[in-house]
Unconditional design. Sequence first.
Length: 102
Amino acid sequence: MNYAFLYYAAEEGVILRTNSMPVIGKNKIKQLFQNDDSNIEFTWKPLYAEVAKSGDLGYTYGTYKINTGKSEQKGTYVSIWKKNANGEWKFVLDSGNEGLGK
């Protein structure tokens, strides 16, 4: 999970989390994801995606699940993606909300 967030984060990427100020920039994101995640299973399911006509900006939203073996967390997410100079898609904004309701 940590590797995926760091790999796909833009240098200017922002992560929004509950009860926290925005985490801005890849270096700060790296600090957020420095814990041992070897026992975490993280899965997500995009439900929708759209790309701007310009072809360089888009978004996805969907559901996620985090399983630690001791607990399971489910929720929704939205990510805004931007194509960088190398043609790679990186997220510029990511946010998640715990809970899916009934």
